[in-house]
Design a protein around this ligand. Structure first.
Ligand code: GLY
Ligand code: MN
Ligand code: MN
Length: 423
């Protein structure tokens, strides 16, 4: 509220429930912005911030208590609980919002609101503004300015507090345990979905009830599909398996990728490619230091990967020219990472005034270079084809340098082979 302009109001809505099929909903996940500010977990809720308002600055509209509905659908906080448990100054039943919100909007100079994300609510908001306009001759003044709330709020979310980091470190630990479990259990003949089940079992047993995104378990050439989620193939002796999976703990995400040999031993070609990706990843992590700009970790991964591919004769030409012409993009077609937080691809600007922003303490990002050699790539010898490798960790920028939140999952080939052989 301190960042908001004088005489302004901010409005945020809860995530809508989503139908899975017929009368069944997907598991409910609160909108990250609303949860960040309130911790309020229910659908059909609206948060209104009115800095300086004498009768309360932080208002929550939510579902009323309803003993009969609660027997079917579970507990509701109700307006009373919204004040007592979630810290609202005042709270009202959501059914009364049409009567109350126009009065709160009236006479405010500026409305902070994330337009276009909840079309039903956008329409309500315009209806309320029109209600005020309709009363103009009676002296009512509608708000003059609508400003995107995301800009203010997402800048706050980009910098993680000590309390948030505590959760993110724990999410990192649970997720590393899950990757270790998959490495230890993996053997030829299993199915990708069985490794997914092992991973998600470890998440759930630690209280992280949902993955932060659809777990990716891609064996063999499926590892070359960046967002492979079918997870249905049989694991073949001699292939690699790429697992990109992280838990969501108390609304905070972890995001880890490891790529390991299904039979426990990397082949010469697999190890050659793997070591290039690992070198790039370690260099990328080292570049996650305060004062470097956002693109620096990406650039160093591009350099190491391009040079590595050149040395393996998978790319032919001068290093600088291969980088300039983006020749590496046949093998490494995504960026080195993204912000990480409540959303796996978290909020926060990457550029300020059209320049890459500088990394600062308390930002969390992923570093996840990869090399993917398409099974259809006729420009390379067939012994390389179908190898897909990514290595991903979560990195906190600190005053003392990068802190890897997911360092417990082994990533040197020898360490992975030792863990898989039970040593
Ligand atoms: N799993 C999504 C990502 O790594 O960005
Ligand atoms: Mn990932
Ligand atoms: Mn990622």
């Amino acid at each position: 509220m301190e960042l908001m302009a004088d005489n302004s109001i901010a409005i945020l809505t809860a995530a809508p429930e989503q139908t899975r099929n017929r009368d069944i909903h997907y598991p409910y996940r609160q909108d990250s912005d609303l949860f960040y500010l309130t911790g309020f977990p229910e659908p059909e809720a609206v948060l209104v911030l009115v800095p300086g308002r004498e009768h309360g600055e932080c208002l929550i509209f939510c579902r009323d208590r309803n003993i009969e509905r609660e027997i079917w659908d579970g507990y509701r906080a109700g307006p009373e609980g919204a004040c007592e448990k979630y810290g609202a100054d005042d709270a009202f039943p959501i059914d009364d919002i049409d009567e109350i919100l126009p009065g709160l909007l009236e006479g405010r100079d500026r409305v902070y609101y994330a337009m276009g994300k909840n079309l039903t609510f956008d329409r309500h908001l315009m209806d309320w503004v029109n209600t005020i306009r309709g009363r103009a001759r009676a002296g009512a003044t509608p708000p003059g300015e609508f400003v995107d709330l995301d800009h203010l709020l997402h800048e706050l979310r980009l910098f993680k507090s000590a309390a948030e980091l505590k959760i993110m470190r724990e999410a990192g630990k649970i997720s590393t345990r899950a990757h270790c479990r998959a490495m230890q259990i993996c053997k030829p003949g299993m199915y990708e979905y069985q490794l997914q089940a092992e991973i998600e079992h470890e998440f759930a047993m630690a209280g992280a009830r949902f993955p932060a995104y659809g777990s990716i378990v891609g064996s063999g050439e499926n590892g070359c599909i960046l967002h492979y989620v079918e997870n249905s193939a049989k694991l073949k002796d001699g292939d690699l398996v790429l697992i990109d999976a992280g838990c969501e703990l108390q609304h905070y995400a972890a995001d880890i990728t490891r790529t390991f040999p299904i039979n426990g031993k990397y082949s010469a070609e697999q190890k050659a490619i793997y070591d290039v990706v690992l070198e790039a990843q370690l260099a990328g992590i080292k570049a996650c230091t305060k004062g470097n700009h956002w693109d620096e970790p990406h650039q160093v991964t591009v350099e190491v990967i391009t040079e590595g591919l050149r040395e393996l004769d998978l790319l032919d030409g001068e290093l600088n020219e291969l980088i300039e012409t983006k020749a590496y993009m046949h093998f490494y077609m995504h960026r080195a990472g993204h912000w990480l937080g409540m959303d796996v691809h978290d909020v926060g600007d990457y550029k300020i005034d059209d320049e890459w922003r500088l990394l600062e303490k308390s930002m969390v990002m992923t570093v996840e270079p990869g090399i993917y050699i398409s099974p259809d790539n006729k420009d390379v010898h067939k012994r390389w084809r179908g190898i897909g490798i990514r290595i991903e960790d979560d990195v906190l920028v600190t005053a003392k340098g990068p802190e890897v939140l997911t360092s417990d999952a082994p990533k040197e080939t020898a360490d992975i082979e030792a863990l898989m052989s039970g040593k």
